[in-house]
Design a protein around this ligand. Structure first.
Ligand SMILES: Cc1cc2nc3c(=O)[nH]c(=O)nc-3n(C[C@H](O)[C@H](O)[C@H](O)COP(=O)(O)OP(=O)(O)OC[C@H]3O[C@@H](n4cnc5c(N)ncnc54)[C@H](O)[C@@H]3O)c2cc1C
Length: 310
């Protein structure tokens, strides 16, 4: 078990640690490994480069837990502008949104209205909206909103987290609706009452859910699986399953994060699989960056060395 994980995730919510990190030059430089840039233009340059290598993107304008409804409305407008820009630049990219960036802390109805506006604009440009899944306090509300949106729109995908016990039931429901799910392991620190905490159990849960997503019943329902992981054991298992069951390479996709396992991103794309890279940008990168550090103890070692060395 990664003992630093809960500490780093707790720090991702600390305003004091945030101030220290975001104003410290060397840390800002290191964050660039995972963040495409602070401006949309920088992110667009990254997406163009990915698209040239046959890789699609999903653009995330970083931000979460905004302080007011006004901030949430501003974020919604920024996402609408982003959709316009993706279409204008003819990019192969969807949009990823965190519900708390568009006001989930101000109620489900309020967040629904913001997300609906984004999904509606994206639909006009033929784009997909991906709803990120945040900490467990938001899971039910996020799914309520997604199901409500799915009643009227189909350009929508939601992330589910394999570490949560509830996910199997949530996934069954979305498979029955013929929706689309991005399956990830889960990036927050959840208690054992609701989530698996050991890597082995989370991996086993991921494998089980992944096979459900690739099942004949799911694909026949029009369900579209997006497998978001850098775990090569799981990626190879998915490839074997697709080969064994004659699942076409355009019936599902792999998703990875900007700055992580570029070798696998390229290899899969060259082998003809659909690959989508999550490209975050913006000034609000601190909590996202800390979650990335938490995922891999070696990242902290790498930073410590870089800071001591530099
Ligand atoms: C496209 C995408 C979208 C996501 N969306 C969400 C979401 O909405 N909600 C949510 O809770 N989580 C999300 N996540 C994060 C996810 O839940 C995991 O925390 C993260 O992907 C690490 O899990 P893993 O599957 O890569 O497996 P792991 O077992 O953690 O990692 C496997 C290997 O990948 C490499 N690796 C993984 N992470 C890193 C890293 N940070 N730095 C360097 N190397 C790394 C290492 O080589 C590692 O050995 C998303 C992940 C991806 C890829």
């Amino acid at each position: 078990m990664n003992l630093l994980r809960p500490v780093l995730i707790a720090l991702s919510q600390s305003a004091r640690a945030r101030q220290l990190v975001i104003h410290y030059g060397p840390m800002r430089k290191l964050a660039r490994r995972f963040i495409a840039g602070e401006t949309l233009d920088e992110a667009i340059a990254v997406v163009k480069e990915l698209n040239r290598s046959g890789i699609q993107a999903t653009l995330d304008h970083l931000g979460e837990n905004v302080a007011s409804e006004q901030d949430a409305r501003r974020a919604t407008e920024e996402y609408q502008h982003l959709a316009q820009r993706i279409a204008h630049e003819a990019l192969q990219s969807s949009i990823s949104v965190k519900p708390t960036h568009v006001g989930l802390d101000f109620g489900e109805d309020f967040c629904y209205s913001q997300l609906r506006a984004i999904v509606h604009t994206a639909q006009q440009f033929g784009l997909m909206v991906e709803v990120d899944m945040e900490g467990s306090a938001y899971t039910q509300a996020t799914l309520n909103i997604v199901h409500q949106l799915l009643d009227h729109h189909c350009n929508l995908r939601v992330a589910l987290q394999a570490y949560l016990y509830r996910t199997e039931e949530d996934l069954k429901h979305l498979i029955t609706r013929g929706g689309s799910v991005r399956l990830c392991k889960g990036a927050y620190d959840e208690p054992s009452t609701i989530a698996w905490r050991s890597k082995k159990q989370v991996n086993a849960s991921y494998a089980r859910l992944m096979l459900m997503m690739l099942s004949e019943q799911a694909l026949q329902n029009g369900f579209y699986p997006a497998l978001a992981t850098h775990d090569h054991h799981l990626i190879l298992q998915a490839e074997r399953e697709a080969l064994r069951r004659n699942i076409a390479k355009d019936q599902f996709e792999f998703q990875m994060l900007y700055g992580v396992r570029r070798d696998w991103q390229r290899r899969l794309a060259m082998d003809g699989y659909r690959v989508r890279v999550y490209v975050p940008y913006g000034t609000q990168w601190y909590p996202y960056f800390m979650r990335r550090l938490a995922e891999r103890p070696a990242n902290v070692l790498f930073i410590t060395r870089a800071l001591i060395g530099g």
